[in-house]
Design a protein around this ligand. Structure first.
Ligand code: 9WN
Length: 437
């Protein structure tokens, strides 16, 4: 089974390569996405490290002068109408002569330092010239990765407690997760936006699987508000309708600092500053995003200073952090093993994106129930960080079994395991390679 899966995964990555970057899916997502590029590099590290570096470089070449790394880098060769909202809608300021290759003004979870370190540490197995090239690539990326962290820990600390805020659900990578429902209920939904602009996602995918029209109206309204303020981050909590601290986004932010500790050691920079920042973010997550009453991590609305009631997969991600207090790591494992998420021991499947026992658990609708490989890959990594080796191995086996049985889909039905969303999805293929290696 593993040779078949390896070959099919390598084939997906071959088919989704486009000149100088990887697309997540040919049909549904025909540009380059930020956190996808990180997961993809982790897989390309085995089959084509040159492309792993090329993909990360293409993304960071579109970095803004303020350090933000855009959540989508648009491919100028792809027609405007192939994805909405496209470059015209975002209308970002021209910067660094990059007008030809536009981007969005949002970010996504900063997993790139983790990815760069993974690609670097595997380079030697491909020979000395590959190892030398990896050293050069790491040196090129390091200041850019630092600028990305400084943007997120600086301008994006809208709540002032040492956590990065997201200003749009798309920034979490978990678009329509119930984690945002409470905060999103205060965001105006102007449905006329959907008569002025046309959604493309539901032409290429089943509407019952995608965010609703009300979600989309809110998504577009949030973009327009951020855009009309020139994508500035000052006074966000007062002038923007959605400002939220996500436990997954911030755990990845801290994990990035830990990867930068390693990278700084190679490029001759000071690792201590990164160690200190990782510790600070870990403490802030532990103090502000944990609810001792339910023993769960949840997102916090910066405008109301309240935790979301929804128990979602993002609450399991602080397990990535070695500095997390033991009782909180144990609480995450208890939540993951409970009927709400049901580790493979109970279901034979990886964990779903949302609490299975919630009345609004939806097995088809995107981040409101289906199983996603990328967050399960992160959860397994967290299990290894905290020494849960048996559970990590069960989760690895469940992921491999699922993708082998159903294919390299974007996400999977949390009861039947059927593949849903886009087929031949890049991060599912890339992470399968890592899980098999
Ligand atoms: C919006 C590309 C991206 C992923 C996100 C996933 C989805 C986009 C969309 O696809 O989001 O950014 O159009 O739905 O939610 O995690 O990065 O694969």
């Amino acid at each position: 089974m593993s040779a078949d899966l390896w070959n099919s995964a390598a084939h997906v990555l071959e088919a989704n390569w486009s000149h100088d970057h990887m697309v997540p899916s040919r049909r549904l997502y025909p540009h380059q996405w930020s956190w996808d590029a990180a997961f993809i590099a982790i897989g390309l590290a085995y089959t084509n490290p040159t492309r792993a570096w090329r993909d990360l470089r293409s993304l960071f070449e579109a970095q803004w002068p303020d350090g933000r790394v855009p959540h989508i880098v648009f491919d100028p060769g792809t027609p405007e109408n192939d994805y909405f909202p496209g470059p015209t809608f975002w209308d970002v300021p021209a910067y660094g002569g990059r007008a030809a290759r536009g981007s969005t003004g949002l970010v996504q979870p900063p997993l790139h330092a983790v990815a760069a370190w993974e690609v670097y540490r595997r380079a030697a197995s491909h020979g000395t010239s590959c190892a030398r090239a990896a050293g050069d690539e790491l040196a090129w990326l390091y200041p850019r990765l630092v600028a990305q962290q400084e943007y997120l820990t600086g301008r994006r600390d809208a709540g002032g407690d040492g956590l990065a805020s997201i200003v749009h659900p798309w920034e979490s990578g978990l678009d329509n997760s119930p984690s945002w429902d409470a905060a999103m209920s205060a965001v105006p939904a102007d449905l006329t936006l959907l008569t002025r602009f046309q959604r493309r996602d539901i032409e290429n995918a089943d509407a019952a699987h995608r965010p609703t029209d009300v979600d989309y109206a809110r998504y577009l309204g949030l973009v327009l508000n951020y855009r009309d303020g020139s994508y500035a981050d000052t006074d966000l909590a007062w002038r923007h309708d959605f400002v939220v601290e996500c436990p997954s986004f911030n755990s990845i932010l801290a994990a990035a600092e830990l990867a930068l500790v390693q990278i700084a050691g190679v490029v001759g920079a000071d690792p201590e500053v990164h160690r200190a920042r990782a510790q600070k973010i870990t403490e802030a997550i532990s103090r502000h995003l944990y609810d001792p009453a339910t023993r769960t991590f949840r997102s916090r609305d910066v405008r109301t200073r309240t935790l979301s009631p929804a128990r979602c997969v993002n609450g399991l991600m602080p397990l990535l952090l070695p500095g997390l207090p033991t009782e909180q790591a144990e609480a995450i494992m208890a939540e993951a093993a409970s009927p709400r998420f049901g580790l493979p021991e109970q279901t034979g499947l990886p964990v779903p994106s949302y609490d299975r026992t919630a009345p609004d658990f939806d097995p088809l609708r995107y981040w409101r129930g289906p199983i996603w490989i990328n967050v399960n890959w992160l959860l397994r990594r967290g299990m290894l960080v905290h020494g849960y080796r048996g559970e990590a191995e069960d989760l690895r086996t469940a992921m491999v079994r699922l993708v082998h049985r159903s294919g390299h889909f974007e996400y999977f039905h949390p009861v039947t395991g059927e593949g849903i969303g886009a087929p031949a999805f890049s991060w599912t293929a890339a992470l399968s390679l890592d899980l098999l290696a």
